[in-house]
Design a protein around this ligand. Structure first.
Ligand code: FE2
Ligand code: FE2
Length: 271
């Protein structure tokens, strides 16, 4: 099976990159299933129902999120009624709307487990991500009841993301980091067969600071004073993603590679 994971979609530039490139990429790479992180899709802050619909329309199968998931108030009612939209699974289970994981079926009838989890280093101190992942895998086994498993690790530090990658090695098809908005160059198949990349990078305008107005960020860091709500950069967006091909029998990764197209970043083709 061929899976594409698109990094954090930032603002209109990120959405335009998805709309422009994703349908063609799906055809050319013969992609079976697409996961995209949409936590910054609405002007950098969260996601709305119409934006989620546009992403589904463009070919995204499941949308993951992260710390920005609650930025748009409507998400509280959207999450319970849209199972294809996930929030990190390690929010307090008793009080948090929506789901942090789900099993989804591809057009060919293959079953894909998708889990969204958030790290705790320099982030909100949520529940233990390791325990939460163990729990999510308690009822699912790769190559048995599920054909693939994709984990979005939304975290600040490379160390925490790599630790979670090794923790799930052999249990998941792909463990990929999000949140830093910068793609890392370490795509690999881990020792136990799980595809891994520390961060997928963002879908957005890279003539920016993590997708937002570079001038405002410079002013913010220089002055140490509030500069107001920083708006997304609006130039041409790069679609950054991670491609993984799984073994049909085991569900483990056969090969993995980074993808970049459009905008300022040098193009990368994963095959
Ligand atoms: Fe983000
Ligand atoms: Fe984030």
């Amino acid at each position: 099976m061929r899976i594409l994971f698109c990094g954090d979609i930032v603002g209109s530039s990120g959405r335009a990159a998805i709309a422009e490139h994703l349908p063609r990429l799906k055809r050319e790479l013969e992609i079976d299933f697409v996961v995209a992180n949409g936590e910054n899709a609405a002007g950098g802050f969260g996601i709305t129902a119409p934006i989620a619909d546009d992403l589904f329309e463009a070919g995204v199968d499941v949308i993951t999120t992260g710390n920005h998931v609650w930025d748009q108030r409507e998400v509280v009612t959207l999450l319970p009624r849209e199972p294809r939209l996930l929030r990190p699974c390690n929010y307090p289970p008793a009080t948090t709307p929506g789901q942090g994981a789900g099993v989804f079926e591809t057009q060919r009838g293959k079953r894909v487990l998708v889990i969204n989890v958030m790290g705790r280093l320099f982030m909100d101190p949520l529940d233990d991500p390791f325990a939460c992942l163990d729990q999510a895998f308690a009822n699912h086994r790769l190559g048995a009841d599920i054909d693939a498993a994709v984990i979005d690790v939304h975290a600040e530090t490379s160390s925490e993301k790599q630790a979670i990658g090794h923790f799930l090695d052999g249990r998941a098809s792909l463990v990929v980091g999000t949140h830093t908005h910068v793609p890392t160059g370490d795509a690999m198949v881990l020792a136990g067969g799980t595809g891994f990349q520390t961060d997928a990078g963002m879908c957005g305008d890279y003539d920016s600071v993590i997708g937002s107005d570079k001038g405002m960020w410079v002013q913010k860091f220089r002055s140490k004073m509030p500069v107001g709500r920083i708006t997304p950069a609006t130039g041409a967006g790069t679609l950054c993603a991670v491609f993984v091909e799984t073994d049909e029998a085991t569900g483990l990764a056969r090969r993995i590679g980074p993808l970049a197209c459009g905008g300022r970043l040098k193009p990368r083709w994963p095959l």
